[in-house]
Design a protein around this ligand. Structure first.
Ligand code: CDP
Length: 226
């Protein structure tokens, strides 16, 4: 399938399988996959390690804003990096998941991340997943997909994924965390999680990855005649 030079924006709720889906779509069409959530998670790790967020999620916004001026955040071999330190594994922990949505409400954090994401998007032929890719980061993306799934199914998938990586994952904790993040992400003032008017909904509660691939190929061939 010869897909034109488009941007594919995938948004949706926590743990709907956006990144797994985005990766196989990118692989199938030889696109680059970019995980916007990883950058929010990385800023969260940075904020936690440097004391810009406390136990009750109070954020030192001026301090964080100033420190981000020298924050070298990028993607490299094996995932996400701060300088030459690979942080890919650390940013997937429940400790980071518990703080990332408050950090992602900070407008200065969003503009820091958006600037990086738009830079990556200049190349086109990318699949990017997140919460506001089709609405804010790339409102002109040629294909926008909004992913959703039953919360319990999402929690089971995320817990299994964490356990497979040897991380501790209590199902009730994982469910609670994803519901909290859904709430914060959907109700924040700046770039809340909402379905773009021109996005197509994919509810994958009862779909395999193969079903999802067949679904997206069908849409792409109809829309772009390839
Ligand atoms: O993998 P999962 O869907 O659980 O989350 P993620 O994509 O790694 O994103 C982690 C968090 O970053 C989300 O819960 C949002 O609070 C924030 N985020 C955002 O605000 N905007 C984005 N474009 C991507 C992530």
């Amino acid at each position: 399938m010869q897909v034109p030079d488009i941007i594919i924006a995938i948004d949706g709720y926590s743990s709907t399988g956006k990144s797994s889906f985005a990766k196989i779509v990118a692989n199938e069409f030889s696109f680059t996959y970019l995980d916007s959530g990883a950058l929010y998670r990385a800023v969260t790790l940075f904020a936690m390690e440097n004391g810009f967020i406390d136990a009750d999620n109070t954020i030192d916004v001026p301090g964080l804003e100033k420190a981000m001026e020298d924050l070298d955040l990028h993607f490299g071999e094996g995932g996400t990096y701060i300088g030459d330190r690979c942080i890919e594994e650390e940013i997937r922990s429940l400790a980071i998941a518990g703080k990332v949505s408050p950090i992602a409400t900070v407008p200065q954090v969003r503009s820091f991340v958006d600037k990086k994401l738009r830079e990556f998007g200049k190349k086109r032929r990318i699949v990017m997943d997140g919460r506001d890719i089709g609405t804010t980061v790339f409102p002109d993306a040629e294909l926008k997909i909004f992913m959703t799934a039953d919360p319990m199914i999402r929690a089971q998938r995320r817990a299994a994924e964490m356990e497979a990586k040897g991380m501790k994952a209590e199902l009730s904790e994982v469910l609670k965390n994803l519901q909290e993040r859904d709430h914060i992400d959907s109700t924040r003032e700046v770039s809340p999680l909402t379905q773009a008017a021109d996005a197509i909904v994919l509810d994958n509660s009862h779909m395999t990855i193969e079903d999802q691939m067949a679904w997206v190929k069908n849409i792409i061939s109809e829309r772009f005649g390839c």
